[in-house]
Write a protein that binds this ligand. Structure first.
Ligand SMILES: NC(=O)c1ccc[n+]([C@@H]2O[C@H](COP(=O)([O-])OP(=O)(O)OC[C@H]3O[C@@H](n4cnc5c(N)ncnc54)[C@H](O)[C@@H]3O)[C@@H](O)[C@H]2O)c1
Length: 426
């Protein structure tokens, strides 16, 4: 996404100058992609240990961090200290130490950290923000938010580094930081206290054995017939990026979702108190038969309800591969009258009938949201009445709930975010 943006729509304001990437096969893959789009071939390449040298030698203005979650705090803080700004993929970081490292570096250098919270830019999510900000439902008193990940997308987090809490922080950080950020932004409020409950109930070797699933393959490649398996040989891009690259670093992209070593939860419930008085009840399930979400916002004047179906079911193509993108292959999902792909935002004021709030449809990824996000990142945010551009404080407020939730699941107690000492007052 970033490479395309730099070489394409934002070429006159951005220049791709170097890779910082430990895996030579993946760097070569992207050199080829860049060359095919008319960019420099090859780009200068540096190891993560040489980040500072890269920034100095290549006179880097901005480092875009798209490395695994546990590396973000190190890469962002070193980038700032070396004199560049950072754009960082979610989550900002995975634990309180990481938060302190980043807040310390921001305080010392005064440099910029941009969070790319692309969900804010999806038109349906922007529309809900508009409805709440308009006062149509009054002052929000509570939010009920359920997110369902299906057995294609949800399962994928149990195949690679995300499956380890020390590398991803678990789904309440890796995934829910998107969702918590949405609630923080919708309410324009700050989370204060968190209680969470969760467990690994569906994936993992113990859960599988309890359901009589034994003799699982260690990895998916070579087992395309098994729906739970990801066969890297079947997808040229995944093969080139991961299977052909794993001899360098041992990174296996296709581990069995019912194998040993998974330390994250797949079923989670969280209760959050907000400073302004509203309560959030949130759940995340990573093994649902369909994918999407439902949000209800109750206010003093009424209620708003957003329902989104991203995939009504898991569908397979002629080669037996799961179809990932409903917007690219609508025919695969047609004819599902009970759970059609789409979204609906209803607003109902007290004593009135419900009305449907229109959701505009843009062009490109995430309903046109990606294009606006990239313009903000590369050209600087304009005067956005929706307040979508996000900084490191938004990133902190989003992961703070996940960090507190992990602590709450460990201690079985509610956790005040102020007690986590994240290095700055939220
Ligand atoms: N906003 C979104 O919707 C969204 C979607 C997907 C991924 N992400 C985020 O993007 C990041 C990358 O995810 P991914 O699925 O592409 O991961 P990935 O494992 O496929 O790719 C990560 C890359 O980083 C490299 N790497 C590892 N350690 C590094 C280090 N110390 N310094 C520099 N590079 C290093 C790896 O070799 C690999 O090439 C994650 O933080 C993830 O949360 C965000």
């Amino acid at each position: 996404m970033y490479v395309d943006a730099i070489l394409g729509a934002h070429a006159e304001v951005a220049e791709l100058v170097a890779w910082c990437e430990p895996n030579p096969t993946r760097a070569e893959y992207y050199d080829t992609q860049v060359a095919q789009r008319g960019g420099p071939d090859p780009l200068p390449r540096y190891l993560p240990a040489d980040l500072e040298r890269m920034i100095a030698e290549q006179r880097v203005d901005v480092v875009i961090v798209t490395a695994p979650d546990h590396t973000h705090a190190d890469l962002v803080s070193r980038t700032l200290a070396a004199g560049a700004d950072a754009v960082v993929e979610k989550p900002l970081t995975i634990d309180a130490d990481g938060c302190r490292t980043i807040t310390g570096a921001v305080a010392e250098t005064g440099r910029d950290v941009v969070m790319t919270f692309n969900y804010r830019y999806a038109p349906r999510n922007s529309s809900l923000r508009e409805v709440i900000a308009s006062g149509a439902i009054g002052t929000p008193t509570s939010v009920h938010f359920e997110w369902a990940l299906d057995t294609v997308h949800g399962a994928d987090y149990f195949r690679r580094w995300h499956r380890r809490k020390d590398l991803s922080g678990g789904l309440l950080i890796h995934k829910s930081s998107h969702h918590v950020d949405l609630v923080n932004w919708w309410l324009d409020d700050v989370p204060e206290r968190v209680y969470a409950s969760g467990a690994l109930r569906f994936y993992g070797d113990e859960a599988a054995a309890s359901r009589g699933m034994t003799d699982r393959p260690e990895r998916g490649t070579g087992h395309a017939e098994d729906h739970w398996c990801l066969d890297l040989e079947q997808d040229p891009r995944l093969k080139a990026l991961y299977l052909d690259a794993e001899h360098h670093d041992g990174y296996r992209r296709d581990q069995d979702v019912f194998g040993p070593g998974i330390t994250i939860e797949d079923t989670m419930a969280v209760l959050v108190d907000y400073r302004g008085g509203a309560t959030l009840t949130y759940s995340l399930n990573a093994h649902a038969p369909w994918e999407g979400y439902k949000v209800t916002v109750n206010g003093t004047e009424g209620r708003a309800e957003l329902e989104v179906v991203e995939r009504g079911s898991v569908e397979f193509d002629e080669e037996g591969r799961a179809v990932l993108d409903p917007s690219a292959t609508p025919e695969a999902f047609a004819g599902d009258s009970l759970r059609p792909v789409g979204d609906r935002l209803l607003v109902q004021r007290h004593w009135e009938r419900a009305t449907e709030h229109p959701i505009p449809e843009g062009i490109g990824g995430h309903g046109g949201g990606d294009a606006i996000l990239l313009a903000d990142v590369f050209r600087g945010p304009g005067q956005d009445p929706l307040g979508r551009p996000a900084g490191y404080l938004d990133g902190l407020r989003a992961v703070a709930v996940g960090i507190a939730a992990n602590e709450s699941m460990r201690t079985r107690q509610a956790v005040a975010i102020a007690d986590l000492d994240l290095g700055v007052d939220l």
